[in-house]
Design a binder for this molecule. Structure first.
Ligand SMILES: [Fe+2]
Ligand SMILES: [Fe+2]
Length: 475
C-alpha cells in the first residue's frame, strides 16, 4: 500500500513509471474539473470525511477533517477471489484475463466508459445541493458521496490508462469534458442528465439510481476481466454508504411527514411546512421509473453477449447452480393486442430482466421499511413502488402506457392521471421552497427527522462541517 505517493494506491504504481506519469498528467485535469463542477462553494471548508486507505475489510477507511480538493483519491483493487477462474458463460472454468482479450476490447471499453461516466455525472447533478443542506449531518453525507464518486472515476480511469493505451487516455479526457445536462456534450445515460435540485430528489437518487449502480457493479465484480472485477468489488464497499444515505434519507422524510400530518388540524403536512406522503409517492414513481431504465432492454442480445463472453455475470453468480445459462427460459410480460401476455425468452437474452428482478426486490424491501415507519405513526397511508412498466421511455414498454399497477391503459388515460402520479411543476416548486439551509450543529430543517445516530460513533450534534472563516477553530 502506498499512501504517501502522489496517487495513493495498492496497485504498485511506482513500478510502472509510464502509467504513473499518464495518471499524474490526468490528475490536474481531474482537480480542475472538481473545482469547476464539484460542490459549489464549499471547497475551502473542513469536512469530516472518510477516505479509503486500504482494502482490509476491518479497517479500510480513515475519518478526519479534510478540505475536499485535498481529498486523497486513490486506486484500490480488492485481492483476487474466485481462484482466478472465469465463473460463468462460454468460458467458464478458463483462467481469468489479466489483459484485455483483443476481440473483446471494444465492448469492454464501452462497458468501462459507460460506468465511469456516471460517476462524475452525479457529482455535477448534485453540485448546488450543499447550499440547501437540511443539516450538517446531511451536508457531510452529500460531500462523502461526491468525493467517493470522484474516486470511482479514478478507479475506472486507472483501467482505461493501464489497459487501453491511447484510446483509453482519450476516453479519460472525455470523461472530464462531458457535462451533465449539457446540450452539446451530455453525459452518456439520460438519467444522469436529469437535474437534482432539491434534497428529496437527492435521497431518491441515492436510493434508486445509485442502487442500479450497485447491481451493475456487482455483476461487473463477477467479470472474467480480473482488474475490472477487483476494482468494482472495492467500489461496492463505498457504495453501501450511498445507498444507506438514500434509504434512510427517504425514511427520515417519511417520519417527519407523518409527525406533521398528525400535528395539522386538517392532516395536511404541507400546511406545516413538510412534504406530504402523496408527494413522496410521486417522487418514488418518478425516480424508480427512471432508474429501472438503466438495466437496459427486457430482451437483449447485448446482455446475452456480455454473459457468454464472460464480461458481465449475474448478481452473486455463486448462488446459481447453472453458470452457463444455456438451458432455462424466462417469462417476460409483453403487450399483445392491448393485453398483457407471457412470452418465454431464452434465459441469456433475459439477463437484464433477471438483474432488474434483484433490484426491484431490494427496492420493495426498502418500501416495506418506510411503510413500517408510517404504520408506527398510526397513519393509514402506504407507499408503493410503481410497476416496472410504468412511465418507461426505453425497452419494450416504451411508447406504451401503463397504470402504476402495471395494467395497460390508453395515452389519454395516462395523461389524465399524470399530475396525480408524477411530480408537477407546482410540486417541484413547493418542495424547492422548503429547501432552506440549516448549518447549526445538531439542528435539522423542519421537513426531515434527525437520523437514528451520528456517523461512526459521533453524536448527531457533531460539527461535521467546519466553515472557513467561521471562527478560530476552523483551521
Ligand atoms: Fe459510484
Ligand atoms: Fe454512489
Amino acid at each position: 500500500m502506498s499512501l504517501t505517493d502522489s496517487i495513493p494506491n495498492n496497485v504498485d504504481l511506482a513500478s510502472d513509471p509510464k502509467l504513473l506519469r499518464a495518471l499524474e498528467k490526468w490528475q490536474p485535469s481531474f482537480l480542475q474539473w472538481w473545482r469547476d463542477m464539484g460542490p459549489d462553494g464549499f471547497q475551502e471548508d473542513l469536512i469530516w470525511l472518510r477516505t479509503a486507505v486500504s482494502v482490509d475489510p476491518d479497517g479500510w477507511a480513515h475519518y478526519d477533517y479534510v478540505k475536499m480538493p485535498d481529498y486523497r483519491w486513490g486506486i484500490f483493487l480488492t485481492p483476487q477471489k474466485g481462484g482466478g477462474m472465469i465463473k460463468f458463460g462460454d468460458q467458464q472454468g478458463k483462467p481469468t484475463w489479466d489483459q484485455v482479450p483483443g476481440e473483446l476490447r471494444g465492448i469492454l471499453r464501452r462497458i468501462i466508459v459507460t460506468q465511469a461516466d456516471t460517476e462524475p455525472a452525479s457529482v455535477e447533478q448534485q453540485r448546488m445541493l450543499g447550499k440547501t443542506a437540511p443539516s450538517l449531518y446531511d451536508m457531510r453525507a452529500l460531500f462523502q458521496v461526491n468525493v467517493e464518486e470522484g474516486r470511482h472515476l479514478w478507479a475506472m480511469v486507472h483501467l482505461l490508462h493501464q489497459y487501453f493505451g491511447k484510446d483509453g487516455r482519450e476516453e479519460a479526457e472525455g470523461l472530464l469534458e462531458r457535462r451533465s445536462g449539457d446540450k452539446d456534450k451530455p453525459r452518456i445515460l439520460s438519467t444522469f442528465n436529469e437535474k437534482t435540485e432539491e434534497w428529496l430528489s437527492f435521497f431518491m437518487f441515492t436510493m434508486f439510481t445509485d442502487r442500479d449502480g450497485k447491481y451493475q457493479l456487482a455483476s461487473l465484480a463477477e467479470s472474467g476481466f480480473d482488474p475490472l472485477a477487483r476494482a468494482t468489488q472495492f467500489m461496492l464497499t463505498e457504495e453501501a454508504f450511498h445507498l444507506f444515505t438514500g434509504e434512510t434519507g427517504v425514511d427520515r422524510v417519511v417520519k417527519r411527514s407523518c409527525e406533521l400530518t398528525k400535528q395539522d388540524p386538517n392532516g395536511d403536512a404541507r400546511a406545516q411546512g413538510g412534504i406530504d406522503l402523496p408527494t413522496i409517492q410521486k417522487w418514488i414513481n418518478f425516480w424508480f421509473s427512471s432508474a429501472v431504465e438503466l438495466f437496459g432492454g427486457e430482451i437483449s442480445s447485448n446482455a446475452a453477449d456480455y454473459f457468454a463472453t464472460g464480461l458481465k455475470g449475474r448478481y452473486k453468480e455463486d448462488k446459481y447452480a447453472d453458470h452457463r445459462a444455456l438451458e432455462g427460459v424466462y417469462s417476460v410480460d409483453v403487450l399483445e393486442n392491448g393485453k398483457l401476455a407471457k412470452r418465454e425468452v431464452a434465459l441469456r437474452n433475459a439477463l437484464n430482466e433477471v438483474l432488474r428482478d434483484e433490484y426491484v426486490d431490494d427496492c420493495e424491501r426498502a418500501v416495506r421499511k418506510w411503510n413500517k415507519t408510517i404504520e408506527a405513526a398510526g397513519l393509514e397511508y402506504r407507499l408503493a413502488l410503481p410497476s416496472r412498466r410504468f412511465n418507461r421511455s426505453m425497452g419494450m414498454y416504451a411508447g406504451l402506457h401503463f397504470a402504476l399497477t402495471g395494467e395497460p391503459i390508453t395515452a389519454e388515460e395516462f395523461e389524465g392521471k399524470r399530475s396525480e402520479w408524477l411530480p408537477t411543476p407546482e410540486d417541484r416548486a413547493f418542495v424547492k421552497s422548503l429547501m432552506v439551509p440549516v448549518t447549526e450543529p445538531g439542528k435539522f430543517a423542519n421537513w426531515i427527522s434527525p437520523p437514528a445516530q451520528g456517523v461512526k460513533g459521533t453524536p448527531i450534534e457533531f460539527e461535521y462541517v467546519k466553515f472557513h472563516g467561521a471562527g478560530g477553530d476552523a483551521e
